[in-house]
Design a protein. Structure first.
Length: 183
C-alpha cells in the first residue's frame, strides 16, 4: 500500500509541516519521514493519530488509489458504440463494480434485436425522449424524467419509441472484479 505518499500529499495540501504532525501525534520526525516515504508501515493506532492530526477519516488513508474519487471531465469522457445498431455510449464514471454511461438511441433503435441477459443490476433514467423497456414478461413505456431498474440476469431490451433521439443514463452494478462490461 502507498499510505505514506497519501499522508504526505494530504499534509502538503493542507500546509502542515512534519513538525506539526509530530507535535500533534507524539511521533518523531525521523519516524514520520520513514512513514511518508513508505519505508515503514505504521500500526492502525498510529495511523489513527496521524489521520486525526490531518483531520481526515482513517478509512481514507487505507483506500487503494483505484478506490478513491475517480474524476472524468466532460471533455475527457470515453466514447464507444454498442450493439448491432452502433448506439453511441458515453462513459461517465466507473468503480470496481459500477459503471455509469449515457446511451443515445436514435428513433427506432434498440439495445439489440432480441432481449439479452448478463450479470448485474441496472438503473435507467430517461433524460430525453420516449422509450419502451421489457424484462421477461414485464414491459412499460417511459418518458423524460422516468426511471426504472432491474436485475440484468433476466433477458431485457430497451427501444426508442419516440420520433427524436432518446438519451438514457444507465448505471450497471456487477460483483465482477473486472467491472460491468455491458451497457
Amino acid at each position: 500500500m502507498d499510505i505514506g505518499s497519501t499522508i504526505r500529499a494530504i499534509r502538503k495540501r493542507k500546509n502542515i509541516t512534519i513538525a506539526q504532525i509530530c507535535e500533534a501525534t507524539g511521533l518523531s520526525q525521523g519516524f514520520m519521514s520513514q512513514v511518508e516515504t513508505n519505508k515503514t508501515s505504521p500500526s492502525i493506532a498510529t495511523l489513527e493519530n496521524i489521520a486525526q492530526a490531518l483531520k481526515v477519516p482513517l478509512a481514507y488513508l487505507l483506500l487503494k488509489k483505484e478506490e478513491r474519487m475517480n474524476i472524468v471531465r466532460k471533455d475527457e469522457r470515453r466514447m464507444t458504440t454498442s450493439g448491432s445498431e452502433n448506439l453511441k455510449v458515453e462513459h461517465l464514471s466507473f468503480t470496481k463494480n459500477v459503471r455509469t454511461v449515457i446511451v443515445e438511441l436514435p428513433p427506432g433503435a434498440s439495445t439489440g434485436a432480441a432481449p439479452n441477459a448478463h450479470e448485474g443490476e441496472e438503473v435507467h433514467v430517461v433524460m430525453k425522449g420516449r422509450i419502451y423497456a421489457e424484462q421477461g414478461e414485464d414491459s412499460a413505456e417511459f418518458e423524460e424524467g422516468d426511471s426504472f431498474s432491474w436485475n440484468a440476469c433476466t433477458p431485457h431490451l430497451v427501444r426508442n419509441i419516440g420520433e427524436d433521439t432518446a438519451i438514457v443514463l444507465i448505471s450497471v452494478y456487477t460483483e465482477s472484479e473486472n467491472g460491468p462490461e455491458h451497457i
